[in-house]
Design a protein around this ligand. Structure first.
Ligand code: MN
Length: 498
């Protein structure tokens, strides 16, 4: 079993509703994919627009090791546009099902076969590698499909690809289907969509049946339910079948995060391999097992894919975990105080809340009677906002023994308040906002608002949260809690240095 990886994040992935990448974003992702080690990068569809061509040109001008490919329909204009972008190859896509021929193209089987042949010839004559691809191939007549592929191979198509355009295969059917196409003895690609959640399973079956290359996207993004996911496919190949690809597995998590950030398509936490919960353990028995020996409840190590193990403290949490965490935070607790901390965590769990390390620290400090130090305190906050004024905030903070007053404007009242606070603390520490996340915990407009912020200071990230009925107060309090954390840490370090 062999598998070359043909990545179509920048073409099929970009066809995800709501995604539109700028030329520079395409270049950034392509560089990363090349570093990751994919064999082919389908950088886009050159005919689409001027901006798309600009993006593809940026990719081809990078001098990457991967083959750079453009999507093309079997018409000369598409191939010319690809040539203009200086790609190595085209993914020449020809519909083959009667459904597509009749309703989409309004052409006969014979006419479409001729288009496929003529386009292949034209592209090959102009120095392009051609991967001749059949759209909706899994609902096409097998004899016609083979005939079309054979005709393309005869005029120089180097590879063929059969697309399961609407994700109709099952692993059994996929094996059958690709076995028949493997008889053509040309390098063969599987291209599976995830409408029934089977894209990766079907791709694996296709590869077992003799296909030699798989089309995938990072995070499985793509039209509708998406394409086969790169990370799931390569890790399954490696861990379940012992098949290596050129892909550097330890980069997978990082690449997934990057694509999520740039496309704005974030992952469900339970996404296989790269989801935030892929190596998270909550239940007491599981977490305890993993701490003793990771293999008990983990099929692969998080390090294999550059991810990290995480323990979440909820109502299933075991006392072992909490003890360990509290020790790591540097607290010394006796049995009585530990019981108090433990029962408060369980109580929060029963209320449906998960306890993060931040919360645990706050609870522990509270139980231990440690007054959390507050280098910065809010004295006053005034906001002016509306539809005809520029949102403006003024804040008065007490920093140590000094009172400071500043004002700021922003795109909205929260932004204005944060701008004002940043100005106030500018001399004290250079703190950057990494992330701002808002959740309404209950239903109505009077809901409790939960704000979590991540702040960056001297390369270190701290998170803090605040839960209040008012979104502005919650945001400001979370920001200040984070600032206080940073400053307390800083003071601690400085006092140690002294
Ligand atoms: Mn597709």
């Amino acid at each position: 079993m062999k598998a070359r990886i043909f990545d179509t994040t920048l073409r099929d992935g970009e066809q995800t509703p709501g995604i539109s990448l700028t030329p520079d974003e395409k270049r950034l992702i392509a560089r990363k994919l090349d570093e990751l080690g994919v064999d082919v990068i389908e950088a886009g569809s050159a005919i689409t627009s001027k901006g798309e061509r600009e993006g593809i040109k940026k990719v081809t001008s990078e001098g990457l090791s991967a083959e750079i490919c453009s999507f093309a329909r079997p018409v000369q204009a598409d191939i010319d546009a690809a040539l203009e972008c200086d790609v190595d190859s085209i993914h020449l896509v020809v519909p083959t099902s009667d459904l597509h021929l009749e309703y989409k193209l309004r052409k006969s089987r014979e006419e479409v076969k001729i288009m496929a042949v003529e386009s292949t010839e034209y592209a090959v004559d102009h120095g392009l590698i051609v991967e001749l691809s059949a759209e909706d191939s899994t609902r096409s007549d097998m004899a016609y499909l083979k005939e079309t592929f054979r005709a393309g191979i005869d005029v120089g198509a180097e590879r063929i690809c059969a697309c399961d355009t609407v994700g109709m295969l099952t692993p059994e059917r996929s094996y059958e289907f690709y076995s028949q196409l493997a008889e053509l003895k040309a390098p063969l690609s599987v291209h599976c969509h995830n409408d029934f959640g089977l894209a990766v399973a079907n791709s694996l079956s296709g590869l077992r049946a003799g296909a030699t290359q798989a089309h995938v996207t990072v995070n499985g993004i793509g039209e509708r339910a998406g394409n086969a996911s790169l990370e799931e496919l390569v890790v399954s190949l490696y861990s379940l079948y012992g098949v290596k690809t050129q892909v550097k597995l330890p980069m997978l998590y990082e690449v997934s995060k990057m694509v999520a950030r740039i496309t704005g398509i974030y992952l469900q936490p339970n996404k296989a391999i790269v989801g935030e919960n892929a190596f998270a353990h909550e239940s007491g028995i599981h977490a305890d097992g993993v701490m003793k020996k990771a293999e008990t409840y983990e099929p692969i190590t998080p390090e294999l894919v550059g991810h990290k193990r995480r323990f979440v403290m909820g109502k299933h949490v075991g006392s072992h975990i909490i003890k360990e965490r509290i020790n790591e935070m540097g607290f010394r607790v006796d049995q009585d105080r530990f019981s108090q901390i433990f029962s408060r965590i369980k109580a929060l769990g029963d209320m449906g809340k998960c306890v993060t390390d931040v919360d645990l620290q706050a609870i522990a400090e509270d139980v231990m009677g440690v007054m959390a130090e507050k280098p910065v305190e809010l004295q006053e906050l005034t906001i002016v906002s509306g539809n005809k004024v520029i949102p403006t905030a003024s804040v008065k903070l007490k920093i140590g023994n000094v009172e400071k007053l500043e004002a700021g404007v922003g795109v909205g009242p929260v932004d204005a308040a944060i701008v004002a606070i940043k100005k106030t603390i500018a001399d004290v520490a250079n703190i950057e906002f990494e992330e701002y996340h808002v959740d309404a915990i209950t239903g109505g407009t009077d809901a409790l608002i939960d704000v979590v912020v991540k702040l960056k200071h001297e390369g270190k990230v701290v998170s803090a949260r605040s839960t209040q009925p008012d979104i502005i107060n919650a945001s400001v309090e979370a920001f200040l809690a984070g600032i206080n954390k940073v400053l307390s840490d800083k003071r601690l370090k400085e006092s140690v240095k002294d």
